[in-house]
Ligand binder design. Structure first.
Ligand SMILES: [Zn+2]
Length: 333
């Protein structure tokens, strides 16, 4: 058993309380490899932003759970080397699907876990979430739960259609489970294809897809029921058109990829939404830079040659999100 406290990590409790009262949101960036992690830490250290490092079940399978955990520990030391005196870094399990997975993460140094039982019937979601909360809280590890179903595909989590969170359930759910934060469904979606062309309208000038707006009425009703309670948005990449265009210009094929407009995320950040999950945008930034570099430099074969611009491009994107979308810069000085 390793406590996250020995590793210099923090849980989300104080971080979220400050974000809710301060009207900003904490970035939760997923990572699977060293370059993503370096870019996240460089961006957070440079902007002095609290940050959540997210590891999904798919990431644990891809990179090895032990290796990822030690990488997160190393990230704290790296942040200090970069001149960030008191890094506020959370290591969070994204979409934990069982008590055993959550327990395993609590036992090996995670400071926060998500139990996603949102696909189960309501009472079963409560029972499983409560079980995880009771275990995690013994070690001061915070727990995120989910009510409502998001559409889209993220690693092994997928659903064809979304079901908005029912605001009338949130008080009962939060009280009975004791969870520390709640992921809700208000129209965000996993992946780079968040909406079908049929769900969107087309901008007559550019021909680009314009996604349907988020259900802010649901968010506001949830906030009214649970004043000050930390709310989480999953599937909140914006799928930047310039990255998609670069990918397509250099041999990729991502037609009609569409995400959540940043103005809407900016608005959500000012509410009780205090954690915004961003994964696809990092994948796109990395892929765009790699494709461009390899197309323009066909003789290069040293991974450092194409991963350096990839890392730079991700770092630029993370800083943009922190400063211009979530407003979390300077909050962990
Ligand atoms: Zn998610």
């Amino acid at each position: 058993m390793v406590s996250y406290k020995e590793l210099g990590l923090v849980n989300t409790k104080e971080m979220f309380a400050k974000a809710v009262s301060g009207g900003y949101a904490i970035p939760a960036f997923n990572f699977n490899n060293m370059e993503q992690l370096q870019a996240i830490i460089m961006a957070a250290a440079e902007t002095k932003s609290p940050v959540i490092l997210q590891v999904s079940k798919g990431a644990r399978k891809y990179a090895n759970a032990t290796l990822l955990r030690f990488m997160a520990e190393g990230a704290v030391e790296y942040a200090k080397e970069l001149g960030w005196e008191k890094p506020e870094i959370v290591l969070h399990l994204d979409h934990g699907d069982s008590f055993e997975t959550c327990k395993d993460c609590v036992d090996c140094g995670f400071s926060s876990v998500m139990i996603d039982a949102s696909s189960l019937p309501y009472e079963e979601n409560i029972a499983l979430t409560k079980k995880v909360v009771e275990y995690a809280h013994q070690f001061d590890v915070t727990v995120e739960a989910e009510l409502g179903v998001l559409a889209g595909v993220e690693d092994e989590v997928s659903s064809a259609v979304s079901h908005y969170t029912k605001p009338e359930e949130v008080i009962d759910f939060a009280t009975r489970t004791g969870c520390d934060s709640l992921a809700i469904s208000i129209g965000t979606s996993h992946g780079a294809y968040k909406f079908t062309p049929e769900q969107c309208t087309r901008d007559p000038k550019t021909g680009k897809l314009v996604p349907p707006p988020l259900a802010f009425n649901v968010l506001h009703e949830v906030e009214k029921k649970l004043p000050g309670f930390p709310i989480v948005l999953h599937g909140s990449s914006s799928v930047p058109q310039d990255e998609v265009d670069t990918i397509n210009a250099f041999g990729g094929k991502l037609p009609d990829a569409v995400g959540i407009p940043e103005e809407q995320l900016r608005e959500a950040s000012k509410s009780a939404v205090c954690k915004i999950n961003i994964d696809s945008d990092s994948r796109l930034a990395m892929t765009a830079a790699v494709r461009k570099h390899l197309a323009e430099n066909p003789s290069h074969f040293d991974p450092r040659q194409y991963l350096t611009p990839a890392r730079e491009n991700m770092k630029k994107m993370y800083i943009h999100k922190i400063v211009n979308v979530l407003g979390s810069d300077g909050k962990a000085a």
